[in-house]
Write a protein that binds this ligand. Structure first.
Ligand SMILES: Nc1ncnc2c1ncn2[C@@H]1O[C@H](COP(=O)(O)OP(=O)(O)OP(=O)(O)O)[C@@H](O)[C@H]1O
Ligand SMILES: [Mg+2]
Length: 224
């Protein structure tokens, strides 16, 4: 697989902002001991629960373990990963890769072992592009080059994309923003994913209040 070494993507340090590497180490360890889990998607029920932050931190935390990691922005609708990266010029991404407009869509980053595929140009129909056989084929191919592939997706209530992507992954993490969404809605999202053959491997509770300090952490819990 070709890499565009001229276009190293700089990652803004969001660790400092949330300072929560410890919680991610626990999450990483749990996931490493889960069987057959190389491709992990991250989703949530509604927007703004913290999917992109979790996907990025998880990818970073695997990279710190000397694992070769690829972070893919499959949120072709809002491509929020861009907010955490410094992109020098209009970067190509998944859309261009899947539509064969470019082969240089895997970008190295300034973090060792961490590579990214940006979303790229918004396609007219994201769900259609993600459900095409070329997406599944691409993931199969990438599995040979990376130890872990972490995929950011849109929320389940926005589109079917998280289901479509989740089915191609070995497992999916649900991000749940603390005191933000109704249990009923979350339950429905979980059921929808599972009914469609998505394997939910865990849930991350984001923005847990610790000692009354609002700006805190992540909890990890397994679904049984
Ligand atoms: N633990 C946290 N503490 C404080 N702020 C947080 C935390 N997690 C995420 N945020 C902030 O919340 C906002 C939403 O986070 P993020 O972009 O990761 O959500 P998302 O689920 O990916 O949203 P979208 O559905 O729009 O893609 C961002 O501004 C992020 O910086
Ligand atoms: Mg996001």
């Amino acid at each position: 697989m070709e890499k565009d070494t001229r276009d190293v993507i700089e990652i803004k340090n969001i660790n400092k902002k949330f300072g929560l590497m410890e919680s991610f180490k626990t999450l990483r360890t749990n996931l490493m001991y889960t069987e057959n889990l190389q491709v992990i998607s991250v989703t949530s029920t509604v927007p703004d629960e913290g999917k992109t932050v979790v996907a990025f931190q998880l990818a970073n935390s695997f990279a710190q373990m000397d694992k070769k990691v690829l972070l893919i922005d499959c949120d072709l609708r809002r491509s929020s990963l861009n907010d955490y990266l410094v992109i020098s010029r209009k970067s190509i991404g998944l859309t261009e890769g899947l539509t064969k407009q470019s082969r240089q869509y895997i970008k190295p980053t300034n973090i060792d072992n961490l590579f990214v595929i940006l979303a790229g140009k918004r396609p007219p129909n994201p769900s259609e592009l993600l459900s095409s056989p070329s997406f599944e084929k691409l993931i199969e191919q990438l599995k040979e080059s990376f130890d872990y592939i972490i995929i950011d997706t849109p929320p389940t209530t926005v589109a079917m994309d998280a289901v479509i992507v989740g089915r191609v992954c070995d497992g999916t993490l649900m991000v749940i923003r603390n005191e933000f969404i109704k249990k009923k809605l979350l339950k429905r999202a979980k059921q929808e994913l599972e009914r469609n053959g998505v394997r939910i491997v865990g849930a991350v509770l984001n923005r847990v209040k610790k000692n009354q300090i609002e700006y805190s952490g992540y909890g990890y819990e397994k679904y049984y």
